[in-house]
Design a protein around this ligand. Sequence first.
Ligand code: CDT
Length: 321
Amino acid sequence: MTRVLKVGAAQLGPIQRENNRKEVVGRLIALLNKGALESCDLVVFPELALTTFFPRWWSENIAEFDHFFETEMPNQEVQPLFDEAKKLGVGFHLGYAEMTPDGHRFNTSILVSKNGDMLGKYRKVHLPGHEENEPWRTFQHLERYYFEPGNELKVFGAFNGVLGMAICNDRRWSETYRVLGLKGCELALIGYNTPVHYPPDPSQDALAGFHNHLVMQSGAYQNGMWVVGVAKAGNEEGCDLLGESSIIAPSGEIVAQCSTVEDELVSAVVDLDMCANYKETLFDFDRYRRPEVYKSITSQVGVEIPEGIEVEKQDNESLEG
Ligand code: CDT
């Protein structure tokens, strides 16, 4: 059985507030067709791929933004994408804002088969930003206001392999990849909307691209899995979003990367059997992991410096002198 598939990273340029679902789905269908022309089995779209990144705005009345959420999937406006997938025989991954029938809001992604059937759903676990209006910021990052966190990192048997999903900020946490890795994940699909400017610490702005690749490349290598990281990029409502969508091999090497901040598809041949090179050697979990030494990872949230360790604060004045 062949364990080789062609994967497309379908980066999106900005989606402005006035862009409606029909326009956006049209762009997704165009990218899906590009993927089909490149013989892709699977095309990966980013986080919140149907709307602008609305958590950048505060609204006193949370329901005012309900029109950014999908109450069912597929729905009438997104159905043409599912139909096109079936027609072309190309699967896809899509991020969107989900509203459940009982009124819960999640930042969600789905995996859809080559027949247009739903294979799996994931709800973002690590919600970054803040929950209250912080008017001092150039723009807000209110994911913790608009969404509830998901509670599970899952894998799915699909495309002849073990596939996992994570969403944007999840990719900065090594726990994400390790939990997926412990479930045998061979290909992690990750969409992101990453503002280049980080208001709490602008010294990180120049490193946004470096950090993006750093976390995904190390996650891939340390767990012997492929990682596909896909951006919504460009200037969206005055906010610059990082591009640099990429396909990363289990070696940690980038094998394909977008070069624009617009709608762009890059693809690569993904050999799932390459994962074994790492999973069965350096990162042979069965043989080398020491879970009894890692207990604090699941029992503790914040930093707890062990008793008896005293850190002397440096006197700033003497430094300046
Ligand atoms: N969408 C998302 O998760 N973005 C975050 C921005 C961090 S700043 C609050 C990210 O980790 O890229």
